[in-house]
Every structure is written in C-alpha cells, then in structure tokens.
Design a protein around this ligand. Structure first.
Ligand code: FMN
Length: 356
C-alpha cells in the first residue's frame, strides 16, 4: 500500500513531522547515469516557500542517496534516498490536536486507525510527495536514455481555461502557466484567494513526448488506467482525463483519430488506444481540488463528537495544483519507466536479443 509499480517499483516512508521521509526504488537497471544534481533540482521544483504563490514553509528537501549508486552509475541494487525533515512547526498544530480539519484526511485516518498524528497530517500529508519526486527524478534518468520527455503546466484556475498552450513558457512561469495571456489573470485570482484567507483548485496538463508504441499491459495494467491511478493517488487530485477533455461531448466522427501513412491525423485519444501507447504524445489533465487548509472559521467536530469551530494557523499553499504539477510529472515518469521495462519482455524476439 506504500509501494507503486511492478518492475520499477518504489516504496515511500515517513511522516510530515517525523524525523525523515524517503523512498526505496527497486528495479532500476544497472548502468544508468545517476545525476545527483538533477535529483536536487527536481526536489527544489516541488519545494514550498519559493514565491508568494506557494506556502512560505521552508523545507530544505535535500536528498541523501544512501545506496544503489556507485561512481555515478546505478548498480542494479535498490536505490534509497532519504530527506531529513526541518522547519517542523508542530506547535502550529497543537490547537487542532483533537479536531478534524475540514477537507483533510484527519477524520478518515482517525476513524480507521484510532490514532491521531495531528502534526500536519502525518503520513497523509503531501510532504510524502517529495519522496515521489525523488523516485520520479530517477525514473526521468532512465527516460532520458530513450529521449522520452515529460512536461507539465497549469491549464485552468478558477474556471478560466488556457487558450494557447506553451510548455516552454510554463517552464519559466512562477505559476507554471501554459498560457501567457492567462498568467496575470490567474496570479490575481491566487492573490485574491490568499488575501481573503481562501484557496483555489486548478487543472494541470501533462504531455509525454517520444514514448514508443506498445507501452501498457492490457487488461488490468493498461497505460491509461495505471496513469490515472498514479495521478489520483496524489493528494488533492479528484479527477484525471486522458486525451481531449471534450471527447464525451463529441460524435464518433469528430473524436476518432484517423490514420494516414505518416501516422495519426489527430490525437483525441491522448496517445493511448486499448490501454497501449500508439506513438503519439501521451496527454492528460489532472484536476486538483482547492487547498483544504484555509484561514476562515469553519465548522467541524472533535474526536469525542462535539461540534467545534476550527481556526487554522500555519502556512499553506493558496493553490496546490502548481506544486502538484511537479508531482504529477514525477508519477508519470515512474509509470513510463515501469511500462518500458514490462514491455521489453512481451515478445520472444526481444528476449532472444538479450540471450543470443
Ligand atoms: N493541503 C493543505 O491543506 N495545505 C498544504 O500546504 C498542502 N500542500 C500540498 C502540496 C502538494 C504538492 C499537494 C499535491 C497537496 C497538498 N495539500 C495541501 C493537499 C492535502 O494534502 C490533501 O488535500 C489532504 O491530505 C486530503 O487528501 P485528499 O484531498 O486527497 O482527499
């Protein structure tokens, strides 16, 4: 339950206010160039406190690689990466020790386990997603060998959608905006939400380029169902759409991607047919709910069932979709790395290439 993937399989551990979080990644082939600086940079991209659109909590997120790498190359043994927690202001949480915060996992975790780690949500906290980003960075090192690239950006905030998608612009935008024209409008909405002690949801668009044909294992390990599972497992994600997000409104004649001798004439399928990649860009959208921690008085109950008013303290993102985009990229990288390795054993001629 704390592991993901079949061959490229990672297991995360740790709690938000515990000593450390981390990940053990199994199934990484030997001989992959291990770029530690890239790992550090990826964690930096997810890290809070970088600008006013993200929480001002200062988390260093410095990874220590404990195993699986020797002289700059992976060794084929488990890669373990640990990130020690700093800047834990557990006292920010003491006033909600026995109270269930609306929109958080407090209610369900307490009812399920009967134990309450009130300090920032413990295991349910999105702090865990830093460990996924570490796994994703290693997956990206594998994908680099195949020239497979993953890019992501914000396509919608506050019900306002991007018109023109520019992934290069998104890379340098503080809110990863895919549409230059919408960047300022979205920033104003985020500022407004923060000033009114509220929060916003958002939609991330993800594109995977240069994936080969054949990734995905029908019937229960399809590329699209595992990709959706990977995304929904990210905190605050409530929906995933593969391909054209208007497909359900179209007619078959409009939605089918016709085929010419040079390939598909459109990509409404989002690069997946029958659960298998078709060689087109793999495209999906990921729908994040608004940050649950808001600084307005809310109604809730305590662990004894008494009605109470909740007033939160601490530092929180006014929108989680932006940092969530980096986590989504990382999960996608893990899925593709896994699918690449699974697919490698699906034809006898592939096996013969290895053994003869
Ligand atoms: N929720 C908060 O209330 N405050 C945060 O600062 C916060 N940061 C997050 C950062 C990332 C990268 C992600 C992906 C989510 C974050 N969340 C934050 C969302 C909560 O962790 C999540 O909504 C909560 O645990 C309940 O889980 P659920 O929304 O998946 O049902």
């Amino acid at each position: 339950y704390n592991s993901f993937g079949e061959i490229f399989r990672f297991t995360t551990f740790g709690e938000s206010h515990g000593k450390a979080i981390g990940v053990v990644i199994d199934g990484v082939p030997a001989g992959v160039d291990f770029d530690e600086e890239f790992l550090i940079q990826e964690l930096k991209r997810r890290r809070p406190g970088q600008n006013r659109f993200a929480t001002q909590r200062k988390e260093d997120d410095f990874p220590e690689v404990l195993s699986g790498v020797f002289e700059g190359k992976t060794t084929g043994t488990p890669i373990s990466i640990v990130i020690f927690n700093k800047d834990q202001k557990s006292k920010d949480y003491s006033n909600i020790k026995d109270i269930f915060r609306p929109g958080h996992a407090d209610f369900t975790y307490f009812n399920k386990y009967g134990i309450r780690d009130y300090r920032g949500g413990g295991r349910s906290s999105a702090r865990e997603t830093a460990a996924r980003v570490a796994a994703g960075a290693v997956a990206k090192m594998i994908l680099k060998e195949f020239n497979i690239e993953i890019e992501a950006g914000i396509v919608e905030i506050g019900g306002i959608r991007a018109q023109n998608l520019d992934f290069d612009f998104a890379k340098n935008s503080p809110i990863l905006a895919l549409d230059k024209e919408k960047e300022k409008i979205w920033m104003d909405l985020i500022d407004e939400a923060r000033k009114s002690h509220d929060s916003l949801g958002g939609v991330v668009k993800l594109k995977i380029k240069n994936a080969p044909i054949g990734l995905g294992e029908p019937i229960y390990y399809k590329l699209d169902n595992i990709m959706a599972s990977a995304m929904i497992s990210i905190n605050a994600v409530k929906g995933v759409y593969i391909g054209n997000t208007n497909a359900h409104k179209l007619k078959g004649s409009e939605n089918n991607d016709q085929i010419g001798k040079n390939g598909f004439l459109s990509n409404n399928s989002g690069g997946v047919l029958g659960g298998i990649s078709n060689g087109e860009d793999i495209e999906l959208e990921i729908y994040f709910k608004p940050t649950p921690s808001i600084f307005q008085t809310q109604k809730s109950i305590d662990i004894k069932g008494n009605e109470v008013e909740v007033n939160l303290k601490g530092r929180h993102d006014p929108i989680v979709a932006i940092r969530g985009a980096v986590v989504a990229e990382s999960m996608a990288a893990c899925v593709i790395a896994d699918m690449l390795m699974l697919n490698a054993t699906r034809k006898i001629e592939n096996l013969k290439k290895i053994y003869f």
